[in-house]
Design a protein around this ligand. Structure first.
Ligand SMILES: C[S@@+](CC[C@H](N)C(=O)[O-])C[C@H]1O[C@@H](n2cnc3c(N)ncnc32)[C@H](O)[C@@H]1O
Length: 254
């Protein structure tokens, strides 16, 4: 008989931002599949087995987890943040879509988590208070010209944009190029939030204008939120600035 496969997210890294539902799922599983640093965020008990693999091996990891669940095990696939946002839930679904019929019989439970952009937004105010979108800046799984088009159209439509995977050693130029593209459609004073390691001890939150934002301020643990033309910064004296996007769009009376 098939077992159960949980896909959970640990949240952005702060243990208190992992949901009780995800913790309960982890407590029930006997085998864990994930990128090592994410699995390390769980306090596994004796008898709970780790299968860790490199971050780029998502489909192979999903298949290995499905094989164990099909054999009757209670399995947990672990992502950071939310498992459905640029993470393992889609890889598991993709594997089921293209895999043997037996994988469709598995009891699949995707448990929602707190995604990075929500953790960053909460630390600075409410930049996602009006319409927004999330775009991964990684061109590993899609061509760069599609990313350029989405950036332009999203900014032109007045959406706040949360950028995931903004930069890495293998992708050093994409964030700078994204800023160049956005400067063609957004005012240079548009706030840009660099939220690094939100919720973790090494957290850093900084706000620049689009005109002055530099890609070197980000690393692969950063979620960059680019405001719309309506996003505002509130200075608060001794307290950190707040950034928010008003609930009412221009043209709609308050
Ligand atoms: C492969 S994506 C995974 C996203 C994850 N599933 C989520 O929901 O947050 C990795 C990217 O998420 C963002 N990220 C993850 N944790 C973060 C944190 N604590 N603070 C800021 N950004 C984070 C960064 O942009 C990083 O490059």
């Amino acid at each position: 008989m098939s077992g159960r496969l949980y896909v959970i997210g640990t949240g952005p890294g702060n243990p208190s931002q992992m949901t009780p539902e995800a913790q309960a799922a982890a407590a029930q599983a006997t085998e864990f599949f994930g990128y090592g640093p994410y699995v390390d965020r769980l306090s596994l008990q004796p008898g709970q087995v780790r299968h860790v693999s490199d971050n780029r091996e998502e489909l192979a990891r999903a298949k290995a987890a499905l094989e164990r669940a099909a054999a009757g095990a209670t399995v947990c696939v672990v992502s950071g943040g939310d498992p459905g946002v640029f993470a393992m839930a889609a890889a598991v679904c993709e594997a089921i879509d293209n895999g043997p019929d037996t994988w469709r019989e598995i009891d699949l439970v995707v448990v929602p988590g707190i995604t990075a952009m929500l953790a960053v937004a909460a630390r600075i105010g409410a930049p996602l208070g009006h319409d927004f979108c999330a775009i991964s800046l990684s061109d590993n799984l899609k061509p760069w010209n599609i990313i350029e088009k989405r950036l332009l159209l999203a900014a032109d439509a007045g959406l706040v944009i949360a950028l995931y995977n903004p930069i890495s050693k293998a992708r050093p130029w994409q964030l700078g190029s994204a800023f160049e593209i956005l400067r063609t459609v957004l005012p240079s004073e548009t706030p840009v939030i660099f939220g690094r390691a939100a919720g973790r001890p090494d957290e850093q939150i900084a706000v620049f204008s689009l005109g002055s934002a530099e890609a070197s301020a980000a690393d692969m643990a950063t979620c960059v939120i680019i405001g719309s033309a309506e996003t505002r910064v509130i200075s608060r004296g001794t307290r950190p600035d707040l950034v928010y996007t008003p609930r009412f769009a221009a043209g709609k009376a308050t």
